[in-house]
Design a protein around this ligand. Sequence first.
Ligand code: G3H
Ligand code: 13P
Ligand code: ZN
Length: 307
Amino acid sequence: MLVTNKELLDAARDGKYAVGAFNINNMEFIQAITETAGELNSPAILAVSEGAIKYAGFENLVSMVRIAAQRENTKFSLHLDHGKDMKVIEQCIENGFTSVMIDGSHLPFEENIAVTREVVQKAASRGVSVEGELGKLAGIEDNVSVSEQDAKFTDPDEVVQFVESTGVDSLAVAIGTSHGAYKFKGEPRLGMNRLSEIVSRVSIPLVLHGASGVNREHVEIANRFGADIGDARGVPDDAIREAVKRGISKVNIDTDMRIAFTTFIRKKFFDDPGGFDPRKYLGAGREAIAGVVKVKIKLFGSENKVA
Ligand code: G3H
Ligand code: 13P
Ligand code: ZN
């Protein structure tokens, strides 16, 4: 069944667990995520970026997700991830998405509020949920001091005004994570006290982007079979557990599935050099995604949480 992010995330906030938002680009990802969530009786969010729409085609993704979601006895949401183009956001609101993110995090505060409020107004008539973002998910850069890094994080003093002025259903916060496989140099550092401060000031679900753990075992296997993934480093599982405990209700995962998919396709090519049946190697990739999703659902505590 397809429901809104609001329905999934309000329940998660009350129940003190988080729902995984898993990015999809093709059929194999959709099948792996929906089947694994169904097996574990877990809600899940199918996240679609503007790039995914460009790659796979809007109707293709919406129809595949609708059919896959109907098949399982659990709740899913179809969510636009990092919406920036108003035309794409409107297309999603009008044509079957149950949730959209408007990412105005790169804009000055007042402009972020204005564009987010506009999306909330557009989404309201269709009963579509809206996620906003405040603060910047910057990667760790060389020659940037801790205080300069912190300046990009979500300012707890701004969240109440942002939430009240926009009417968003959920809010993505920046506390030190970043997108991709190279999140930290040295020890991972996340602003847990900042997160608790934000949690204490608002009563809507909060979202953690850039939350992949970057499985070292997968990276080693990938490198053994021809990849060159250097000093990749993600968010440790303990930090995810701590963030969920402190009040994160939605955790976004893309990189971990991309790495797993690619790793086990590489391995398949090596193990079966004479093979050229796409079902064989894409099947190996699909199985690897299912493995990642299973681990994440257990980590986030959403197993058996379908009301
Ligand atoms: O946060 C972004 C997601 O990982 C999607 O990435 O824009 O390359 O599809 P993408
Ligand atoms: P990762 O790159 O850490 O998987 O983050 C994904 C994400 O935030 C998608 O919006
Ligand atoms: Zn993101």
